[in-house]
Design a binder for this molecule. Structure first.
Ligand SMILES: [Fe+2]
Length: 462
């Protein structure tokens, strides 16, 4: 049982001069055909919002042509394509006079009642709804009184996939949408109930925005409900490809962001293939290359050290259901080894680092015990020495914490014993240079680079 889908998002199709956009999207169509010839054939296509640039009818006419070409290249029919709205599918001109957001749970519960007319949906997203229902006529319709649905079961080679489309664009209006968006707990409850009743092998939710963009009126509840009932959450909006396995007290889900398929040729254009097989999902990211010829090809930047630049992630709910294979004791679960840090800054070798003692001391004070997870941002103009400061701070840290046995700075350890095995050096030689550095600072830097704002607690040191 193996199912592959193509996840694309954020096309921002405008009317007007189409050359720049056509170059990228035409290359996507022909590359999907090439991938198919080489065995990577999608069974489904998920488009997670921002089909148009400003929610106008002329933009959706162009979308029709693009999706028809894409489906033909993939050898699929319209019923295999799923489209949800994003903030650019909202016609902001028609948002005049409508509430910017909802400010209390009571207000939200009343608004999202099934019989309450939703002007934000029928007015601001009218062209998207009209286009969607015409394009998918006889297949599915987007609801006018709910943000969730239609829930659908898709059968592919004996595997049943449940799909729950979510509309997070109702309260989008301008560039200040963060924390003002709602999908409505009442709508979500009904949608999840239907999804869970499908008895699907895999449950997928489609939403344009990251969940952190929801209003605090409902954010924690929506997150908890999705974590508890959905296996994979596909999204777009931030224009970066990202895969995150999130396990919380409520349950676990994979959060997959596809990046932007088109945001001019000045910015990275990205998408991804995902293959569900044996209780896991393998992500194969792709990106557009403009030279020497226009082509979509593998994107090695997401999993640079993995074979074929793709990575498999277990589906938390399905992995938990897997029966124990033997009675032998299982090795204690150890966190995965952090990815290797790839730097383009040349090494200073053993030359001394001087004049920043005050900064070094402040970094150590703020980060504390390196075994715990703390995030600190070094911020400053290019060339001021942020990277060297980070490197040198870890060397100093090593000396304090691991090398000076009689005066170990850790409060909760005996020297060396507090270092997780994955950070311990293979030889004394690599102790200082790579182990703690790779295991702490560079790992944190990578986490920072993939962490979406807001980061609540950051410090300006330079
Ligand atoms: Fe967006």
């Amino acid at each position: 049982m193996k199912i592959t889908w193509l996840h694309i998002s954020d096309f921002h199709i405008r009317a007007g001069d189409p050359y720049d956009r056509n170059v990228v999207l035409r290359a996507l169509v022909s590359s999907v055909q090439d991938f198919r010839r080489r065995g990577r054939s999608p069974d489904l296509v998920f488009a997670t919002g921002d089909i148009a640039h400003s929610g106008k009818a002329a933009e959706y006419e162009l979308a029709t042509a693009f999706f028809d070409d894409l489906l033909a290249a993939a050898g699929l029919e319209r019923r295999h394509l799923f489209v949800i709205p994003g903030n650019h599918d909202v016609d902001r001109d028609l948002g005049i006079g409508l509430a910017r957001t909802l400010t209390s749970r009571e207000e939200a519960d009343a608004y999202f009642g099934p019989k309450v007319p939703k002007g934000h949906l029928t007015q601001k997203l009218d062209e998207l709804l009209r286009w969607h229902d015409e394009y998918f006529q006889g297949i599915r319709e987007l609801p006018r009184t709910s943000t969730c649905g239609p829930v659908e079961a898709v059968e592919v080679r004996g595997c049943r996939i449940g799909v729950l489309p979510l509309n997070s664009a109702l309260f989008c209006q301008d560039d200040l949408d963060h924390a003002k968006l709602l999908i409505g707990r009442r709508c979500l409850d009904a949608g999840l109930e239907q999804l869970c009743s499908l008895d699907a092998n895999l449950r997928i939710a489609l939403i344009h925005h990251p969940l952190d963009w929801l209003s605090d009126v409902e954010r924690s509840n929506v997150k908890a409900d999705l974590q508890a009932n959905v296996d994979v959450i596909l999204r777009g909006h931030l224009h970066e490809t990202e895969v995150e396995s999130v396990v919380s007290a409520q349950g676990g889900a994979l959060h997959v962001a596809a990046g932007a398929a088109y945001q001019t040729r000045k910015w990275p254009n990205r998408a991804l293939f995902a293959t569900f097989e044996n209780r896991g999902l393998t992500i194969f990211p792709i990106r557009y290359e403009d030279q020497p010829r226009e082509v979509w090809t593998v994107d090695p930047s997401l999993f640079p050290s993995d074979p074929s630049y793709e990575r498999r992630f277990p589906i938390p709910r399905l992995a938990a259901e897997e029966p124990e294979k033997s009675a032998t004791p299982v090795k204690s679960a150890e966190p995965p080894v952090p990815p290797r840090f790839r730097s383009n800054i040349t090494s200073r070798h053993d030359r001394p680092f001087v004049g920043r003692e005050e900064n070094l001391a402040e970094i150590q004070t703020r980060l504390g015990n390196p075994v715990g997870e703390r995030i600190l941002i070094l911020h400053g103009p290019p060339g001021v020495g942020k990277s060297e400061l980070a490197r040198s701070s870890t060397s100093a840290w090593t000396c304090t914490c691991w090398m000076a046995t009689p005066s170990c700075a850790c409060t909760s350890c005996s020297p060396r014993s507090c270092v997780p095995p994955r950070y311990r050096p293979r030889t004394p030689r690599c102790w200082r240079r790579s182990v703690v550095y790779r295991g702490s600072i560079s790992w944190l830097w990578r986490r920072i680079s993939t962490t979406t704002p807001p980061i609540a607690d950051w410090q300006r040191l330079l």
